[in-house]
Design a protein around this ligand. Sequence first.
Ligand code: ADP
Ligand code: MG
Length: 310
Amino acid sequence: MNQGIDKTDLGRVAVLLGGRAAEREISLISGRAVLEALRRQGVDAHPFDPADGLTGLTADAFTRAFVVLHGRGGEDGVIQGYLDSVGLAYTGSGVAGSALAMDKYRSKLLWRGLGLATPDFIVARDAGGLSAAARLGFPLMVKPAHEGSSIGIRKVDDLAALESAWREAAALDDEVLIEQWIDGAEYTCALLGARALPLIRLETTNPFYDYAAKYQDEDTLYHCPSGLDEATEKAFQELARTAFAALGASGWGRIDLMVDGSGRPWLIEANTVPGMTDHSLVPMAARAAGIDFDELVLRIAASAGHGGAR
Ligand SMILES: Nc1ncnc2c1ncn2[C@@H]1O[C@H](COP(=O)(O)OP(=O)(O)O)[C@@H](O)[C@H]1O
Ligand SMILES: [Mg+2]
């Protein structure tokens, strides 16, 4: 099943997990799942938590790093720059792609510049920008520009709610993204190398796919196959590949999109280190493509490269 990947060729693998971001706990769960999958397949894999310092994370000690850090410091180009500096090959996107994908505001600027549809938006660095944001029309989504796991995200229906949601998001981030609400269905497209995996349609009874819907609720539904007709599925996969590549992202990841009532897709955000527990979305999409969790982990590990060359 592993398409001829020689496990001994992977050498000594540092699985980077934990870190200092708000998503530390999720990263620990993803990281352990990756570590176990590698070990189960006989790979010489070791956990490495950058929160304890980076001493020992060198090209002498390890052959490659499997980055399973979510959020700031781990998914945003910072650790990738460190790994480039010490010459250690790593999984996923390089510095620039990681930094751009982590930045929801600049991802959208870039997509809009390329004519790829993304909900209309403004960035509000102070409360003075809120009346301009209100002119986009309610409901609006308010997001810290550099978070994940729906942390600090609110849907607001009026100016008073916008002001309090902005204050909450501004406490987490210097830049707060305010964007138009898309009424419709939500999809995510996992990317593995050059390939887009089958889309997943997400269904929650909450107003949107918030932290509880992601990690706590029992009634969130994941439809894979997505139920889209073949041509639409292909078109959205192609859009996801284009949007991911436009950010300079590579290796593996995920693009989130919403589809409005008229069937038009809107790009929401990119993830360069999505969740990797065995019930996370990328593993779910991989399974639908006939790639089980262990094989997925092995393939990502085998694709590790050097940031500068990407
Ligand atoms: N413009 C939007 N319209 C409707 N729902 C949205 C919009 N933006 C985000 N959402 C909802 O909020 C969730 C989290 O937003 P997202 O930008 O993906 O942030 P995160 O990085 O926290 O996953 C999405 O999965 C989706 O359910
Ligand atoms: Mg998301």
